[in-house]
Design a protein around this ligand. Structure first.
Ligand code: ADP
Length: 165
C-alpha cells in the first residue's frame, strides 16, 4: 500500500488543501494529513485541536483512505516514525515553488529515500490560502466559500472564542 503524508500548518485547512488531498488520493492509497507546529507560527490562529476537528469534518467523505495527526518534530522524522516515504505538498505560484524547493532539498539531504511530490493547485482554488481565510475570519467575513464542504467554520470560531473566556 502506498502511503503519503500531507504536512502543513493547516491554520485552517481550506478548500485548496482539500483539492491537493483529492489529487494526492489519485496517486496514493492512503494520505495522512499531518498538522505541524511550524517554528515561525508557534501560536497560530486556531489551536491544534480545533485545526484537527476541522480536518476531520473535511475528510469524512474519504473514509479510511485519509487520516489526520499532529506533530512537533521534523517532517522527515515523522516520515520515519510512520514508515512513510512520500511527502505531498501543493503548488500555487512560483513563490510556492521556490519556498517548497528549499524544504524539499533539505529533506532530500536528510533522507534521499523520502520523495517530495508536488500537486498543482486547480485554477479555481489557486488563490485560496489559510492567510486569506484568517483575515476574513478576523474581520467577521464569511469564509464559507473558501472552506471544504462539510466544515461549519462559524462553529469553530465560536469554539475559539469560548476558549478565551
Ligand atoms: P505551511 O505552513 O507548511 O506552508 P500550509 O498549511 O500553509 O502549510 O499549506 C500546506 C501545503 O498546502 C503547502 O504545500 C501549500 O503550498 C499548499 N497549499 C495551500 N493552499 C493551497 C491551495 N489553495 N492550492 C494548492 N496548494 C495549497
Amino acid at each position: 500500500m502506498r502511503t503519503a503524508i500531507f504536512p502543513g500548518s493547516f491554520d485552517p485547512f481550506t478548500a485548496g488543501h482539500l483539492d491537493v488531498l483529492d489529487s494526492a488520493l489519485k496517486l496514493f492509497d492512503k494520505v495522512i494529513v499531518a498538522v505541524g507546529y511550524n517554528s515561525n507560527k508557534t501560536t497560530g490562529f486556531f489551536p491544534v485541536d480545533i485545526r484537527i476537528k476541522i480536518i476531520k469534518d473535511a475528510i469524512k467523505p474519504y473514509g479510511e483512505r485519509v487520516d489526520v495527526c499532529c506533530y512537533k518534530q521534523l517532517t522527515i522524522d515523522l516520515c520515519h516514525k510512520l514508515g512513510v516515504n512520500f511527502i505531498v505538498r501543493g503548488l500555487r505560484t512560483t513563490t510556492d515553488f521556490e519556498f517548497e524547493g528549499v524544504i524539499a532539498q533539505a529533506n532530500r539531504v536528510l533522507d534521499p529515500d523520502v520523495v517530495t511530490v508536488y500537486v498543482q493547485a486547480s485554477h479555481e482554488y489557486s488563490f485560496i490560502s489559510s492567510t486569506v481565510v484568517r483575515d476574513l475570519l478576523i474581520h467577521n467575513g464569511d469564509a464559507t466559500p473558501f472552506m471544504p464542504t462539510g466544515v461549519d467554520i462559524k462553529k469553530y470560531i465560536k469554539a475559539k472564542k469560548e476558549l478565551k473566556k
